[in-house]
Design a protein around this ligand. Structure first.
Ligand code: C2E
Ligand code: MG
Ligand code: MG
Ligand code: MG
Length: 287
């Protein structure tokens, strides 16, 4: 049914019992307007050093505040944006915002905090991504070594040779590359060696219940030592308990992020949190 509202404005009515398809179409339509209507916001989850207990950076996580439906998870709308190509303007907005905010942290004296930005596959394969990044770094004044791009394995192995070239072109700008959700995808040691990564992020499924799950202990321990052999820094994601933290510390993990220390925060809350000087405390520091 189409209801005429006058002029050329129509609104489409969908059945009350929205099926998945019509919900998806609704989202897709709303997503087209979300950027110009300023409905996106970046949240920042602190990343903290296990050696010093200090915040060393933050991961930027996009939030979409839909005017009717409220907060919509990136797990829901990023795949849609990937499919219809909207990920390119959205991803560019994320990069610009994150670089601008992180430049702000340093110029406002909050510390030498870096920012990590998630990149989707389609965005990574945009031919002019490098040019876009140069523009963004210049216009925001963000120093490239304070920017880290997070990529997933599945995205990189599709065309490994091309991915390596693209990674090298990006790294030549001076930024850092992190492999996100490590262990959930193809996870070949061969790839870890071939790709020019700086950081390995251990997926939260391995961090979960580290104190009771022997398999996770073995996986996490070997991932950390392997990453260190390859000169990668290790960040454990999704740390929720002191017990998990304790074991990660014993295994010499470099940094953690997770609800235990802080949930993702709005820019204002993140800045206030950093200013509060909150430090990570490991219950029984080793040696
Ligand atoms: P990710 O990059 O692996 O991000 C980590 C996710 O784990 C985030 O979910 C974060 O809020 C959540 N998390 C952090 N600490 C904990 C914890 O202690 N426990 C639990 N259970 N969860 C924790 P979020 O923000 O919903 O993002 C989900 C995914 O959406 C991200 O996974 C990333 O793949 C994607 N994403 C988020 N922002 C962007 C973006 O700007 N661009 C792109 N392309 N993807 C994004
Ligand atoms: Mg990530
Ligand atoms: Mg992750
Ligand atoms: Mg994840």
């Amino acid at each position: 049914q189409v209801k005429q509202q006058g002029g050329n404005h129509y609104s489409f009515y969908t059945p009350a019992s929205d099926n998945e398809l019509s919900e998806r179409i609704d989202l897709e339509v709303a997503l087209r307007y979300a950027l110009e209507r300023d409905e996106f916001q970046l949240y920042y989850q602190p990343q903290v050093s296990l050696k010093t207990g200090n915040i060393v950076g933050a991961e930027a996580l996009i939030r979409w505040k839909h005017p009717q439906k409220g907060m919509i998870s990136p797990m829901k709308f990023i795949p849609i944006a990937e499919e219809n190509g909207l990920i390119e303007p959205i991803g560019e907005w994320v990069l610009h915002q994150a670089c601008q905010d992180s430049k702000g942290w340093r110029s406002q004296g909050l510390g030498s905090l870096r920012v990590a930005v998630n990149l989707s596959g389609r965005q990574f394969r945009t031919p002019n991504l490098r040019q876009k990044l140069v523009q963004i770094l210049l216009s925001t004044g963000c120093e490239p070594d304070y920017l880290e791009l997070e990529l997933t394995e599945s995205l990189l192995i599709r065309d490994a040779e091309l991915s390596i070239q693209q990674l090298q072109a990006l790294k030549a700008l001076g930024l850092k590359i992190a492999i996100d959700d490590f262990g959930t995808g193809y996870s070949s040691l061969n790839y870890l060696q071939k790709f020019p990564f700086d950081v390995l992020k251990i997926d939260q499924c391995f961090v979960r219940n580290l104190h009771t799950n022997k398999i996770n202990v073995a996986i996490t321990k070997s991932l950390i030592s392997m990453a260190h052999l390859l000169n990668l820094k290790v960040i454990a994601e999704g740390v929720e308990t002191q017990e998990e933290l304790q074991i990660l510390d014993e295994f010499n993990c470099d940094e953690i992020q997770g609800y235990l220390f802080s949930r993702p925060l709005s820019l204002e809350d993140f800045k206030a949190f950093v200013k509060s000087g909150t430090q990570l405390k490991v219950s029984q520091p080793h040696s």
